[in-house]
Design a protein around this ligand. Structure first.
Ligand code: NAD
Length: 475
C-alpha cells in the first residue's frame, strides 16, 4: 500500500530512472519502504519553466473555475483519507487516527483557500478630484517555491499549496524527503481533479541544493518555508539576493502557564492529550510547563500519571497512544536533553529513556527540579519530554515565559477573565491559547513572531501572503 515514489513536474510523474535516489524508512521498524528519486538540476529547471509557463493561464482563469478544481481535489483527499493516512503513519510514525485527522483537516484547508480565492477583493478609493478613480487590485505574486518538513506531511504542504493556488500562483513544492509518500498523494489528488500541468510541481533532493537552485531563479517570486529557525534564516538570506517575498514558519518553544485559579483537571487532561500528540514533534507543542506553586504537586502527580499511561507503539496498531519519533536524530536529541537535565541535578518523574533498539521509540518523559539554563527550558525540544517548573508570581512567570528567542505559541490556564486578557496581551507570541490548545484551524491565522518567523498561513492572511497589491489611478 506504500506508493512507488516519484517527482511530479509539468503534469508528469517521474520515477527513479537515471536519477540519484535515497531510501525512505519506516520509523517504527527501520524497514526500507521505497526508493525516492532526487530531482536533477535539469529537473529543477524544467519545474521552474513549467511553473512559469503555467502561471499566466492559471492567473487568468476565473477564481470560480480555480475554486471548482481545488474543491474537487479536496473531495478526492476525503475519498482517499484512509489510504493517505496509512501512508503517512508508515513513513512518519504518528498514530493512525492522528494521520486520518490530518488528512481530513488538509481537505478542509484546501476548501478554505478555494473559497477564499473568490474573495480576493481589492477596493475603490474615492478620488481627490472629480472623475478620477483610484483602484486597489490584488494580484497573484507569481510562481512560488515551498519547502516543508516531515512532522505534518499533509498539513504543511497543503497550507502552501492551497494559499498559492487559491490566489492564482503556481508552485514548486519540495516536501520532506523523509515523508514523500503523503506529499505525492496530495499532488495526485490535484492532478486527478484536473489542475493543469505546471500549476503544482513536486520535487525532492538534497535540501540545501534544491533550495539554493530554486531560490536563485528570478522567475520564482516568493518562497515559503516551515522548519527550523536555523534553516529559515539561511533561506531568507538566499531570498534576499533576488528580493523575494518570504513566509517563515519556524521553530517554537511554547510556554504553558497554569495560574492558581485554573481548572486543574482541565489543564492536566488537555495537556496530557496534546503534549504527546505526534510524539511532541509539533512546532506549537506546549513545551515549558510553568505551574503555580499552590497547584504544583497536584498538577505534577496528575500529569505524570497521564505520561506513564501513554501506550507507545506502532502507529498502525489499535490502541497506540504515541508512535515512534520520526527519525533517529530525534532520539539523539531527547537523550541529549535528558542527560543535560540530569547533569544539572534534575529529577526524572517519568520515562527518560529510549524503548528497545528497533524503531525510534522514546518514553513519554517528565523532568522536574530544573535549572533555568537546562536545554529543556532554553531550546526547542521537539519530542515527548516535558519540563515542569513551579512559579510564585505573575511578573516572574511572564518574564520567564518571554525569555526565549522564539515566539510561536503560548498557553495559559485560568478561570479569571482579567488574567486571560492580561496574559493574552503580555505573552510574546503569534498565537495564544487560553484554556485550550486548539489554535490551528483553516479559518484562523497561524504564524509566529521573534525568531519563530513571520507571515501567517490560514485565515484571510494565508491568502494575502500570495497576493501583490497593485494601485491603479485613472483620470
Ligand atoms: P533540519 O533543520 O535539518 O530540517 C528541518 C526541515 O528543513 C527538514 O524538512 C529539512 O528537509 C529542511 N531543510 C533542511 N535544510 C534545508 C535547506 N538548506 N533548504 C531547504 N530545506 C531544508 O532539522 P531536522 O533534524 O529535520 O529537525 C530538527 C529541528 O527542526 C527540530 O528540532 C525543530 O526545531 C525543527 N523543525 C520544525 C518544524 C516546524 O514545524 N516548525 C518542523 C520540523 C522540524
Amino acid at each position: 500500500m506504500y506508493p512507488a515514489l516519484s517527482l511530479y513536474i509539468d503534469g508528469q510523474f517521474l520515477g527513479s530512472e537515471g536519477r540519484a535516489s535515497e531510501p525512505v524508512f519506516d520509523p517504527a521498524s527501520g524497514e526500507v519502504l521505497a526508493d525516492l528519486p532526487h530531482a536533477s538540476a535539469a529537473d529543477l529547471d524544467t519545474a521552474i519553466d513549467a511553473a512559469t509557463r503555467a502561471f499566466p493561464a492559471w492567473k487568468a482563469m476565473s477564481a470560480y473555475e480555480r475554486y471548482r478544481l481545488l474543491r474537487r481535489a479536496a473531495d478526492l483527499l476525503r475519498d482517499r483519507k484512509d489510504h493517505i493516512a496509512r501512508v503517512m503513519t508508515r513513513e512518519q510514525g504518528k498514530v493512525l487516527a492522528e494521520a486520518a485527522a490530518e488528512v481530513a483537516t488538509s481537505a478542509d484547508i484546501l476548501d478554505w483557500y478555494a473559497e477564499e480565492g473568490r474573495r480576493a477583493y481589492g477596493r475603490v478609493v474615492p478620488g481627490r478630484t472629480a472623475g478620477t478613480r483610484q483602484i486597489v487590485l490584488m494580484e497573484p505574486v507569481g510562481p512560488c517555491a515551498a519547502f516543508t518538513p516531515w512532522n505534518f506531511p499533509a498539513l504543511t504542504p497543503i497550507r502552501k499549496i492551497g494559499g498559492a493556488l487559491g490566489a492564482g500562483c503556481t508552485l514548486i513544492l519540495k516536501a520532506a524527503e523523509e515523508t514523500p509518500g503523503t506529499a505525492l498523494e496530495l499532488v495526485r489528488a490535484l492532478h486527478d481533479a484536473g489542475v493543469p500541468a505546471g500549476v503544482v510541481n513536486l520535487v525532492f533532493g538534497v535540501p540545501a541544493q534544491v533550495s539554493e537552485h530554486l531560490i536563485a531563479a528570478k522567475a520564482i517570486r516568493k518562497i515559503t518555508f516551515t522548519g527550523s529557525t536555523a534553516v529559515g534564516k539561511h533561506l531568507m538570506k538566499l531570498a534576499a539576493d533576488t528580493a523575494k517575498r518570504t513566509t517563515m514558519e519556524l521553530g517554537g518553544n511554547a510556554p504553558v502557564i497554569v495560574f492558581p485559579d485554573a481548572d486543574l483537571d482541565k489543564a492536566v487532561n488537555t495537556l496530557g492529550f496534546f503534549k504527546f500528540r505526534n510524539a511532541g514533534q509539533v512546532c506549537v507543542s506546549p513545551q515549558r510547563f510553568f505551574v503555580h506553586e499552590s497547584l504544583y504537586d497536584r498538577f505534577l502527580d496528575g500529569f505524570t500519571e497521564k505520561a506513564k499511561a501513554v501506550k507507545v507503539g506502532n502507529g498502525l496498531a489499535e490502541g497506540t497512544g504515541m508512535g515512534p519519533l520520526a527519525n533517529p536524530r530525534r532520539i539523539e536529541a531527547m537523550e541529549r536533553v535528558v542527560a543535560d537535565a540530569a547533569a544539572r541535578g534534575a529529577k526524572v518523574a517519568a520515562g527518560g529513556e529510549r524503548i528497545g533498539n528497533q524503531g525510534n521509540f522514546f518514553q513519554p518523559t517528565v523532568l522536574t527540579d530544573l535549572a533555568d539554563d537546562t536545554l529543556s527550558l532554553s531550546q526547542e525540544i521537539f519530542g515527548p519530554v516535558v519540563p515542569v517548573v513551579p512559579f510564585a508570581s505573575t511578573d516572574e512567570v511572564l518574564k520567564r515565559a518571554n525569555s526565549v528567542d522564539m515566539g510561536l505559541a503560548s498557553y495559559a490556564f485560568t478561570r479569571s477573565i482579567d488574567t486571560a486578557q492580561m496574559v493574552s496581551e503580555a505573552l510574546e507570541s503569534g498565537m495564544v491559547g487560553i484554556n485550550t490548545l486548539a489554535i490551528s484551524t483553516p479559518e484562523t491565522p497561524f504564524g509566529g513572531i521573534k525568531e519563530s518567523g513571520h507571515g501567517s498561513e490560514g485565515g484571510i492572511e494565508g491568502l494575502q501572503a500570495y497576493l501583490n497589491v497593485k494601485f491603479v489611478a485613472q483620470a
